[in-house]
Design a protein around this ligand. Structure first.
Ligand code: NAP
Ligand code: G4F
Length: 325
C-alpha cells in the first residue's frame, strides 16, 4: 500500500517541492487548498505535478473542515506548511496571522488526536522564533525564543502546541525550525524573489528602480528543494523530535542584491537601488544563522546548494520567464 500524505500550503513555495519529493517516493499526495474564485496553480505547474495531487477544500482557520478531512483520509503523514507567512504583513494582520498560524495548528492537532492518532505530524516552524536571540552568533535547538513580530509569536505558539501533543498524547509530532529558504517559485513579496524579479525586469528594460528596506539584515539562505528533504526525514525517524535546518552561513540583503545584478550582467547595481522606509519593519530580526549539527548527526541532512548557486538559479529563472514572454 502506498503511503498517504496531506500537505497544507500546497500552492505556496514549499508545498510543491515537498509534493514532488513524496510523489517520487511513491506517496499518494493530498493537498489542502482554501476556496478561491481563481486559484493559482503556477507553482505546481512549474514543477509539472498539478494533475498528480488530489486537492481537497479546507481552511486552517475553519476547524470543522480539518476535522472532516482528517476523519475521511486518515493520512499516514501531515505536513503543515500553510501559513500567513509574510512577516511584513503580520503587524497589520496580527489576528488573521494568529488564527491561521497558531490556532490552525491546534485545530489540526486536535483532528489528528480525535480521528487518526497514528498520523505523523510535521510543523513548519521558523528561525523567526529566535528573533534577536543567539548563542555566539548562531541559533540551534537550545537557543531561547525572542520573536520580534506577530508572525514569529504565532509560530512560537504553534511550536509549543506541537511539542505538547507529543508529550501529552504520544502523537508523533516534529517541528522543523527552518531558516530562510528560497527558489524560483518563492513568493514575489519576499526579498530574494523581489530582487531577482526586479533585476530581470531591469535587464529587459521593463523597470528602472528596485525599492528596498533594510539592506543590512542578514539571513541564512538555502534552497527550498534541499529543505523539503529534511521535512520528510524527520517523519521517517524512529523518534519524533525538533530540528534546526539551515546552511550555517549568512549573507546580508545587500550581498544578495550585488550578486543578483552580477549574475544578470549588470555591474553598477547602486544606480538602480533606492531605500524606501515603507519596506522597513517596526522591529527587525537583524541576524539569523543556523547551527544544524543535530539534523546532520541524527537525520543525515545537510544543505547541498550554496548561496551563489541559489542566487544564480533564481536570477536565471526570472530572466528566462521574461525572455519567454
Ligand atoms: P508560502 O509560499 O507563503 O505558502 C503558504 C501557503 O499557505 C499558501 O499556499 C497559502 O495558500 C496557504 N495558506 C495560507 N492561509 C491558509 C489558510 N487559512 N488555510 C489554508 N491554507 C492557507 O510559504 P512557504 O515559503 O512555502 O513556507 C511554508 C511554511 O514554512 C509556512 O508555514 C512558513 O511560515 C514556514 N517557513 C517558511 C520559511 C521560508 O523561508 N520559506 C522558513 C521557515 C518557515 P494560498 O496560496 O491560497 O495563499
Ligand atoms: O524575505 P523576507 O521578507 O523574509 P523574512 O522576514 O526573513 O521571513 C521569511 O523567512 C522566515 C524564516 O526566517 C519565514 F519564517 C517567513 O515565513 C519568511 O519565509 O525578509 C528578509 C529580510 C528582512 O530582514 C527584511 O527586513 O529582508 C529585509 N528586507 C529589506 N528590504 C526586505 C526588503 N524584505 C522584504 N520582504 N522586502 C523588502 O523590500
Amino acid at each position: 500500500m502506498a503511503k498517504t500524505a496531506l500537505i497544507t500550503g500546497i500552492l505556496g513555495q514549499d508545498g510543491p517541492y515537498l509534493a514532488k519529493l513524496l510523489l517520487e517516493k511513491g506517496y499518494k499526495v493530498y493537498g489542502l487548498i482554501r476556496r478561491y474564485s481563481n486559484p493559482n496553480f503556477s507553482n505546481l505547474d512549474f514543477l509539472g505535478i498539478t494533475k498528480k495531487i488530489e486537492l481537497i477544500d479546507g481552511d486552517m482557520s475553519d476547524e470543522s473542515s480539518l476535522l472532516h478531512l482528517i476523519k475521511r483520509i486518515m493520512p499516514d503523514e501531515v505536513y503543515n506548511l500553510a501559513a500567513q507567512s509574510f512577516v511584513g504583513s503580520s503587524w497589520q494582520q496580527a489576528k488573521l496571522t494568529t488564527e491561521i498560524n497558531a490556532l490552525g495548528v491546534l485545530y489540526m492537532l486536535n483532528a489528528i488526536k480525535l480521528f487518526s492518532p497514528t498520523t505523523k505530524f510535521y510543523q513548519a516552524s521558523t528561525s523567526e522564533m529566535f528573533g534577536t536571540s543567539h548563542d555566539d552568533g548562531f541559533q540551534d535547538e537550545n537557543t531561547i525564543f525572542h520573536p520580534r513580530s506577530p508572525y514569529g509569536i504565532s509560530k512560537v505558539y504553534a511550536y509549543w502546541m506541537t511539542v505538547n501533543f507529543r508529550e501529552s498524547y504520544d502523537i508523533f509530532t516534529c517541528n522543523g525550525i527552518l531558516f530562510n529558504h528560497e527558489s524560483p517559485i518563492r513568493g514575489i513579496q519576499f526579498v530574494t524573489r523581489k530582487i531577482t524579479d526586479a533585476v530581470a525586469r531591469i535587464k529587459m528594460g521593463l523597470q528602472d528602480k528596485l525599492s528596498l528596506g533594510n539592506l543590512d539584515a542578514k539571513r541564512d539562505w538555502g534552497f527550498a528543494g534541499d529543505y523539503v528533504e529534511a521535512m520528510h526525514l524527520m517523519l521517517q525517524n524512529e523518534k519524533p523530535d525538533d530540528y534546526v535546518i539551515g546552511t550555517g552561513e549568512n549573507h546580508s540583503v545587500k550581498e544578495f542584491v550585488q550578486l543578483s545584478f552580477k549574475y544578470a550582467g549588470i555591474s553598477d547595481w547602486e544606480k538602480y537601488v533606492v531605500i524606501d522606509a515603507r519596506f522597513k519593519r517596526p522591529a527587525e530580526v537583524p541576524n539569523l544563522k543556523a547551527r544544524a549539527t543535530k539534523a546532520q548527526k541524527q537525520l543525515g541532512w545537510k544543505a547541498k546548494t550554496s548561496f551563489d548557486e541559489l542566487v544564480k538559479m533564481m536570477v536565471e529563472a526570472d530572466l528566462k520567464r521574461y525572455q519567454n514572454k
